[in-house]
Design a protein around this ligand. Sequence first.
Ligand SMILES: Cc1cc2nc3c(=O)[nH]c(=O)nc-3n(C[C@H](O)[C@H](O)[C@H](O)COP(=O)(O)OP(=O)(O)OC[C@H]3O[C@@H](n4cnc5c(N)ncnc54)[C@H](O)[C@@H]3O)c2cc1C
Length: 357
Amino acid sequence: MFGKQAKKCCTPYRQPNKVESSRQAGRRLRVVDGNLDSNRLTRMDHNTKKWLEKIAPTDIRFNEPMSKHTSFRIGGPAEAFVTPRNVSTIRTLIQGCRQRQIPWLIVGGGTNLLVKDAGISGLVICLAGCLNQIEQIGVNGHQVLVTAMAGVQTKTLCAYAIANGLKGMNFALGIYGTIGGATMMNAGTRHGCVADVLDSIQLLTPADEIVQFNRDQLRFGYRKLFWPQARGDQAEAPPVILASTFRFDIDDTKTLRKQARAIIKARKRTQPLGIPSAGCIFKNPVDGPSAGELIDRAGLKGKRIGGAEISTKHANFIVNRHNAAAADILELIKLVQQTLKSKNGIELEPEVKIVGT
Ligand SMILES: Cc1cc2nc3c(=O)[nH]c(=O)nc-3n(C[C@H](O)[C@H](O)[C@H](O)COP(=O)(O)OP(=O)(O)OC[C@H]3O[C@@H](n4cnc5c(N)ncnc54)[C@H](O)[C@@H]3O)c2cc1C
């Protein structure tokens, strides 16, 4: 599936080399709040731009509005934005960024991202639209193994599974974005999550190795994959997910289709689909009522700041009602957190990834 890389990818699992220090591994974009600092957007010099133009002449854009690449339709410019066509280009880009000390960020469909208004310094590497093959790679007893590359749309894999009578992906119906993003987020619903059907993943490490991890070597949490080689520095230069292999049971297409229709109908009834958002904004608390229920009970449904609104249909959605800025969304997030902390003593943690400055 990866052409020249296929051999490496398919070799049995081996422990990656010792992980580099976060400095060696390159400065990755911070997924934390920061002060607005538009000067940061001047970091990329002429030579770096020339290098990027040489590596990906038709696929590189400078000062690219991230609002074009997020489901929120919000986000300041990425200093440079690239849609690489293959794994080899991704490797060249990451190694070049490391050498030049340019931060980079991997994105998929941008459906779980809030990009701040001053944008993103460094290089955004977008995998949606490339690495988009699906392949049935084998049968194991009653189960079928299917590999989807990171850029495959999650909904495409759902449709593939139904059409081929493979049971297991229906939980993801209505989840947007790519398989890379879904694996990274351990995306899920009350019907299941990625970790339930995953067999293995292929990763590209910052040290430029392609390694495979089987499901039992991976640890997932709620909307989270813990990087296998993490040493407490998860925010720095994590690997790139290149592909995920899933294990599906064999079932009847008709039954799966019927179930799919019911799931999609329920989502349409309960979620503000069609208005820009990033899905649920907060993780649900471990026990007790859901985040949506808590926000609703606190009387915050319909609350607006600027162009952003806490959805009147589903209180755990913040929607971009009218040209909202990232600052509007962040204010609403803060308002919800403060209200629930003071009313219920509950600290809600954002599910959406907040990036940029
Ligand atoms: C209307 C709506 C409904 C939604 N409903 C759900 C739901 O029911 N359940 C749910 O879990 N989510 C839901 N989401 C959120 C979102 O669709 C999922 O989290 C999705 O899996 C994110 O995929 P993405 O490709 O868009 O990732 P992105 O948003 O692009 O990225 C998410 C994170 O993954 C990282 N990442 C992306 N690709 C890779 C890669 N190949 N390698 C390494 N890191 C990578 C990014 O750096 C970022 O940290 C919903 C979103 C919307 C807009």
